[in-house]
Ligand binder design. Structure first.
Ligand code: HEC
Length: 103
């Protein structure tokens, strides 16, 4: 029974995976990115840019460039190297959807 539930959950998730998944994005951000970048409010200080001020297209592009290493940053090349296209979409959508006003 448990297996069936897991199977159905995986099926439902994959069905909607063409659209960015904000919950998955949030989970990644909380587990990884927020350590350096902060979450809704700005991270402590430079050199960590404030991601919630960026829009979807910018974040998606930046993460793809870090992953491809066309944009250099020792830290971010390593972090983005672990992300799938889906992760990138989810994370970009999540940060695009939190706004300073909703802190
Ligand atoms: C260990 C610290 C650290 C972690 C973890 C981290 N970052 Fe970064 N990130 C940085 C630093 C430092 C920079 C600035 C790099 C530079 O400009 O060379 C940066 C830059 C960025 C930028 C560019 C922002 C801009 O304004 O151009 C994006 C986008 C970004 N990170 C996204 C993420 C995402 C998404 C995650 C989680 C998957 C993440 N980062 C995790 C340290 C980190």
């Amino acid at each position: 029974m448990k297996r069936l539930v897991l199977f159905l959950a995986a099926f439902l998730l994959s069905e909607s995976s063409y659209a960015a998944n904000l919950f998955a994005g949030q989970a990644k951000v909380e587990a990884v990115c927020s350590q350096c970048h902060g979450l809704k409010k700005s991270s402590a200080d430079a050199p960590f840019p404030r991601l919630f001020e960026r829009d979807f297209a910018y974040l998606q592009m930046a993460l793809q460039q870090y992953r491809d290493k066309t944009r250099k940053s020792d830290i971010m090349n390593a972090v983005a190297g672990l992300l799938s296209d889906e992760d990138i979409d989810n994370i970009a959508a999540y940060y695009d959807n939190i706004h300073p006003a909703s802190k």
